[in-house]
Design a binder for this molecule. Structure first.
Ligand SMILES: [Zn+2]
Length: 292
């Protein structure tokens, strides 16, 4: 398996389609905007099309205002995409992951038939107490059946020492029976024909996990996608940004009356660019990727 998924320069390979893949689990921040702009810039430079693919499988964290915030942000900054929902109503009617459950179930069935899944009763607290980052702390695979209710389904990850400990035997189906994020993401990107994935370097281990999962599924092309992991934008104190209603939330800044140009200039400053920016197309690939 090739784990060399970190790209440091513009992909030379031919890429056809990339995507914005936000999650409606919080208000977007400058880091999300940076990721969108970098994606749009690479698409513009390579001629790739852009899909808007919204991950809404996590129903506990989903809120309608966060969904609205995704569309509001893309419109406010005139960020283009050629495929995907145009409005919240269009999303709910045609594009929600809730409409794609059959595809996820099919992938889970295939993994199950191949003997790559086991049921696990260990909770997050159990793992923390045992000092585990991920995986099963006991012997659940021989104690439980996949037909037992209320258990997580874990995917047997490769044994290689290079495989990240944080993703060992990651969950593909949650105890409430819903498919988990990694599985949905791999199924969706492959089915939509995405072959360029642009995401933060904090998701590098997640990408390695997803590539492994893709290799386990027949006819899944996700593993062949070019992966580009970008550096992360931090707040003024140098901390990682998180989705919230805080000072760095785009929702808050837009509500306060900031213009697109003011916010793009703020983003530019965080990227070490010291001149005003009036439109996202003013950013160049090299300026976006040489963050100091
Ligand atoms: Zn377990």
């Amino acid at each position: 398996m090739n784990f060399n998924v970190l790209k440091t320069s513009l992909p030379a390979e031919i890429v056809h389609k990339t995507r914005y893949a936000p999650t409606p689990s919080g208000y977007l921040h400058l880091g999300n905007l940076y990721s969108f702009i970098l994606t749009a810039t690479i698409a513009r430079n390579t001629g790739a099309s852009v899909l808007l693919r919204i991950d809404d499988m996590d129903r506990e964290r989903y809120r309608p205002e966060y969904l609205q915030n995704i569309f509001e942000t893309l419109r406010f900054f005139e960020l283009p995409y050629q495929e995907g929902p145009k409005t919240e109503a269009d999303f709910l009617q045609c594009w929600s992951q809730q409409h794609r459950l059959d595809s996820y179930t099919k992938a889970l069935d295939e993994l199950r038939q191949k003997g790559l899944l086991y049921a696990c009763a260990c909770t997050r607290t159990d793992l923390q107490k045992a000092g585990f980052q991920s995986g099963c702390i006991g012997n659940c695979s021989s104690s439980y059946s996949l037909d037992d209710p209320g258990l997580n389904w874990r995917y047997r990850t490769p044994e290689q020492s290079s495989f990240p400990v944080s993703m060992k035997d990651f969950i593909v189906r949650k105890r409430d029976g819903t498919p988990a994020y990694q599985l949905c993401s791999v199924v969706d990107d492959a089915q939509f024909g995405v072959n360029l994935v642009v995401r933060g370097v904090d998701l590098l281990e997640s990408s390695i996990a997803q590539v492994a999962l893709s290799h386990s599924l027949d006819n899944n092309t996700y593993a062949a996608a070019v992966h580009f992991h970008h550096p992360l934008i931090t707040d003024q104190a140098g901390h990682k940004l998180s989705k919230s209603e805080g000072a760095e939330s785009l929702h808050t800044l837009i509500k306060k009356g900031c213009t697109p140009s003011q916010l793009l200039t703020l983003l530019a400053q965080r990227c070490g660019i010291n001149h005003p920016v009036s439109h996202w197309t003013d950013f160049t690939y090299s300026a976006l990727t040489s963050i100091v």
